[in-house]
Design a protein around this ligand. Structure first.
Ligand code: ADP
Ligand code: MG
Length: 319
């Protein structure tokens, strides 16, 4: 499945200042090495406030966006690159703005029949008075990733009852949070690459919660790929991931995260979010699924670049 690309000058844009900076640097390093192994000229840019200047100086054929979080995944960097007339990988401005925001994603997808947990935005001040939903429920920031700031309020006494203002938790850092019913059961994820949903991976974190450490420390989470789940659940994950990718207008690759309550059959399957800048570290899930279908890491990186170039050509033709 290798892509035949001409030799290009590619900027790999990485780092930045989000809570996922280190993850992005690891993704970016892997991507840069893969592109170099395929003969491309690579300029690595660790994004600072002078990023526009650096990009203008580099004059790349294409920018590989290896950023995670804000402002590289939320549309800000995409809008800047649109203005500069740069060709870049992954999703564009509007898609990024919607997909980074878990509440906007629900508003965009649920009317099309995509199952997502209910829930609502709560001001943290409200949490100190009463629970926004019956326990167990989940509180999370609308626009962070890597499980940063996710709190699972499971038991009567968990974080206090009601939640204590002085108890450590995301309410101390954010003014408002998204409250969702807690979906018990299993953790599933599906990658979409170039309009094809690949596989389902089940994540089994040893700690029981798929938090930041479980995501990025080798050995802390078992990845079962392909997941050992009924065919109907696999089919539903692939269908929901591909439809969500298309409805949001994602480009290149995306990864859809699910929870599945295995006591409820397909009715127990819920999409949590669509990641438009999924991790590309050696432990990451998209490269792992690609490998399972015979696509090497370098093939995957080049396929993402090829889609960005093809899309730019289409737009050029249209204007
Ligand atoms: N409604 C929910 N029910 C059960 N677990 C949840 C729920 N929302 C989030 N989680 C847990 O928190 C993790 C991170 O949540 P997610 O919505 O994927 O945000 P992100 O990965 O961007 O931090 C999930 O992988 C899951 O383990
Ligand atoms: Mg997630």
């Amino acid at each position: 499945m290798s892509t035949v690309l001409p030799t290009l000058h590619i900027v790999v844009l990485m780092g930045g200042w989000s809570s996922e900076r280190e993850v992005s640097l690891t993704s970016g390093d892997g991507i840069a090495k893969a592109l170099e192994s395929r003969g491309h000229r690579v300029t690595r840019i660790d994004m600072g406030r002078d990023v526009a200047l650096k990009l203008a100086e580099a004059e790349p054929d294409v920018v590989f966006n290896a950023l995670h979080g804000t402002p590289g995944e939320d549309g800000t960097v995409q809008g800047m690159m649109d203005l500069m007339g740069l060709t870049y990988t992954h999703s564009g401005l509007a898609t990024s703005v919607i997909a980074i925001d878990k509440e906007l994603t629900k508003l965009a997808l649920v009317p099309h029949g995509i199952p997502m947990p209910g829930g609502r935005i709560v001001r943290c001040e409200e949490l100190y008075e009463r629970d926004p939903l019956p326990r167990p429920y989940v509180l999370k920031p609308v626009n962070e990733g890597s499980s940063v700031g996710v709190a699972i309020v499971t038991r009567e006494g968990n974080f206090g009852n009601p939640i204590g203002r002085g108890v450590p938790g995301p309410w101390q850092e954010f003014d408002q949070l998204l409250a969702e019913p807690y979906i018990r059961g299993r953790e599933l994820t599906t990658a979409v690459i170039g309009n094809r949903a690949l596989l389902v991976t089940e994540l089994k974190p040893k700690s029981g919660f798929y938090d930041f450490a479980s995501k990025y420390t080798e050995g802390l989470t078992e990845h079962i790929c392909p997941a050992e789940i009924p065919d109907a659940i696999t089919a539903a994950c692939l269908d929901i991931a591909l439809r969500s990718h298309r409805l949001l207008g994602c480009r290149g690759t995306s990864r859809s995260d699910f929870r599945w309550d295995d006591t409820q059959g397909v009715e127990g399957l819920f999409l949590l979010e669509v990641n438009t800048q999924p991790g590309m570290t050696p432990l990451s899930l998209v490269p792992e699924q690609a490998r399972h279908i015979g696509m090497s890491y370098a093939d995957l990186v080049e396929a993402i670049v090829a889609e960005a170039l093809a899309d730019a050509k289409l737009k050029e033709g249209a204007s």
